[in-house]
Design a protein around this ligand. Sequence first.
Ligand code: NAD
Length: 342
Amino acid sequence: MQTNPRNNPQILVCGAGGFIGGHLVRYLLEHGYNNIRAVDLKPLNAWSQTHREAENLVLDLRDADACLGATRGARIVYNLAADTGGVEFTENHKARSMLSVLINTHLLQAARIQGVERFFYASSAGVYANGKQALAAAPPLVESDAYPAMPEDGHGWEKLFSERMCRHFREDFGLQTRVARYHNIYGPLGTWDGGRENAPAAICRKVIEAKLSGSYSIEIWGDGEQTRSFTYIDDCLKGTVAILKSGILEPVNLGNSETVSINQLVDIVEEIAHVRVNRTHRLDAPAGVRGRKSDNTLIKDRLGWEPSIQLREGLEKTYRWIYDEIIRKRFCRRTSYPVNPL
Ligand code: NAD
């Protein structure tokens, strides 16, 4: 039976080899979309997940011609491609973070030329003005708190600029752009070591390693009293697709309103791991803003929905996955030694 192309639009997922992009391809396939082109810079064997039902392409989307090729025939574009990571990466790689502006710029241009109908851009809570996040108990961030602009240096400016590009491509060229401001997305298949991981993955890894090594001690960046909203991947996927389909024209928060300090995050991971660890607070390490919480009035009002997966539930799944990864890595390292000299 031939599929009606209107019900099965060509969807382009950029950054499909990464954490959220990989899950998004899976989610779309599970929801009946099977006309998917998945693109990432990394070689296929480095993608966090690949799906053979999708067309998987390795392309550098900083390049304008690559963007033209990637968007050919596409009716919907999800842009999740960026040179990005957690606070350690964004603090220490501001130029690289900002160079991701090339990806969104060339993708928008290509989408306009190719007649794409809807374009989703993954922005970040890093766009919010620093002054609104100076206290651990700072009020939740409403979307208008991004202005007057004083976002995170590097990463935040890139996201804010790209948001504005999306807005003006919609206003001036009629390209239907939608923008979500993600708040700390976490879950299985995310980066958990190497310097790009975010707090939930880093804390899970540290607690697991402390337990396995018998050291029972971990390092925490800052005094641990900084607060955040953490959003489980399943909520992120549901929200992303709903925002793409919605009439919400301005950037909208996509974050869980449950907020904890980093010390409370460690408490939860300790409970999951059935262990207590000694904590050393590294006050010289990058810790980001003091307090960041998602205000969900807009998303609730427009979608009748907000992220609701409890941190404890999401962390259990994430912890278990990272635990298995660490064990697998150790096992692989051992067996990679030449056991048979013949
Ligand atoms: P990720 O690093 O796992 O995925 C990004 C992917 O983009 C990577 O696989 C990378 O190889 C790819 N990429 C980088 N440069 C590219 C290029 N030139 N051409 C093609 N692909 C390229 O990150 P993620 O956590 O999945 O984040 C996805 C998007 O969501 C990013 O834009 C990120 O800034 C945004 N975001 C994520 C979070 C979070 O907590 N994970 C929070 C706020 C915003």
